[in-house]
Design a protein around this ligand. Structure first.
Ligand code: EPZ
Length: 419
């Protein structure tokens, strides 16, 4: 099993390019099922989760051809299987995103219930309830969601809680439903907007994406399109935190600062000097130790839960005391246990982690438990004295393209080892 071996101490310095957003690529690839016409998707990140999604689509009969410039052509003209098997879904929960498109286009879908994961139970009841509101017959048994309909009908759906993939699944389903669908208390994430733009490119009639009320007027069929995926704001935020923790100075190209406002605000509070342009972000810590910050995660445009673990690592060695409150997932402090093994002084009180910054973290063998927790541990390893060995880094590879190469470009001493 691959591990990452990191020798701490280097200040990050230099320039890297940010990849396409994982959490836009996954729903967009699922959305290709909505059309019989070929579509081109560009700036696709080379990640395990993207590979899993492509494998899932191919298992249904979707043709996927790769262009070497990170572009892929997807043709869902001959889908023969309307099923997402447990073997694939268990490795990637986001497979649930094929449910809405399959049901909308073919009137039937059989998708394995995605299990929970390290960060929480991750129920999909709001996805199912929304499809039922649109007239689908849905039965959940033997670990599978089986759905059928003659044709989905537009409905007014109000989400109990803001759900990103719930919003995406139902927005996709609504594009081919009869009549208008209104999604209230919808997720406002930039990845939802990118998906909406992709669907509009295929001929969907969607308004309000990016606000908490999305309106979709169903059409008979969708056509092809050529779409470029937006930059990954969480990848960008992760490297910015790495620079803040190591007192460094880096520049990120092909990124979208307007999608990182809440994170940039906290980095400035931590003492960073930040310059931004249309598609770049520069951070300079001038060699200083970061100052601890208070974080409370909430749906976009609030502080992203996917950046919580990274800021735990920052607070672990910052000056002062910082509190981190996780309001989205019920078990997203797994990284704290590992940071404590590196000498962090963090106490968990309910859904809040109270971090008392220490001068230095110490290297230790640590284990990744979920995607963003592993990113936090890698960042901690960049600063720790000695060699940190991060195990189970398949979690990292799900969401970070060539992480050791990009960190290496920034001067980190990091390599992938097989042990
Ligand atoms: C998406 O997950 C992201 N994944 C997650 O990123 C991200 O952490 C999360 O949104 C929150 O921003 C993708 O986009 C592929 P939710 P999702 O539905 O859609 C509850 C990463 O690291 N809920 O917005 O699964 C749920 O339990 C991943 O890239 C229900 O109760 O998250 C949670 O408490 C991790 N019933 C809250 O809503 C439902 O039917 C938000 O979850 C659905 C959700």
């Amino acid at each position: 099993m691959d591990k990452l071996l990191i020798r701490g101490g280097a200040r990050l310095a230099g320039t890297i390019t940010i990849s396409g957003a994982k959490n836009a690529a996954l729903p967009i690839l699922a959305g290709t099922l909505l059309s019989a016409a070929p579509v081109v998707v560009r700036n696709v990140p080379q990640l395990n989760d993207v590979a899993t999604t492509i494998t899932l689509l191919q298992s249904m009969g979707v043709e996927v051809t790769f262009d070497d410039k990170l572009a892929i052509e997807v043709n869902a003209g001959n889908v023969r299987e309307r099923r997402a098997p447990y073997e694939l879904v268990k490795t990637m929960r986001a497979s649930i995103l094929v449910l809405g498109p399959l049901l909308a286009r073919f009137g039937e879908a059989e998708v394995s219930l995605p299990g929970g994961c390290a960060i929480g139970a991750r129920p999909v009841n709001l996805h199912v309830q929304g499809l039922q509101a649109m007239g689908a017959d849905v039965v959940v048994e033997n670990g599978y969601i089986r759905a059928r309909t003659d044709r989905l009908k537009g409905a007014h759906i109000v989400f109990d809680v803001v759900t990103v993939t719930g919003t995406e699944n139902l927005m996709m389903a609504a594009t081919l439903a009869e009549g208008e669908t209104i999604l209230d208390n919808a997720a406002r994430e930039p990845e939802v907007v990118d998906l909406a733009n992709f669907l509009i490119g295929m001929g969907a009639e969607i308004s309000g994406a990016g606000t908490s009320t999305i309106r979709v007027r169903g059409v008979q069929e969708l056509g092809g399109t050529d779409h470029t995926i937006l930059p990954d704001r969480v990848e960008a935020g992760t490297y910015l935190v790495g620079a803040a923790m190591t007192g460094g100075k880096i520049r990120l190209n092909r990124t979208s600062p307007e999608h990182l406002e809440a994170v940039l605000l906290k980095l400035r509070e931590a003492g960073a000097e930040i310059q931004t342009g249309d598609d770049f972000i520069e951070i300079n810590m001038h060699g200083k130790r970061p100052v601890a910050v208070d974080i409370r995660t909430s749906p976009y445009p609030g502080f992203p839960t996917d950046m919580q673990a990274q800021f735990c690592a920052l607070n672990a060695l910052a000056e002062g005391v910082g509190t981190i409150t996780e309001t989205i997932f019920e078990n997203r402090f797994q990284h704290v246990l590992e940071l404590q093994r590196m000498g962090a002084d963090i106490q968990i009180e309910g859904n809040t982690a109270v971090c008392r910054g220490v001068d230095k973290l110490t290297a230790a063998p640590v284990m990744a438990t979920d995607l963003r927790a592993s990113a936090g541990l890698v960042l901690a390893g960049l600063t720790a004295e000695g060699e940190t060995l991060v195990d189970r880094i398949y979690h990292v590879d799900r969401g970070y393209e060539r992480i050791e190469e990009k960190l290496g470009q920034l001067g980190a001493e990091i390599k992938r080892v097989r042990r």
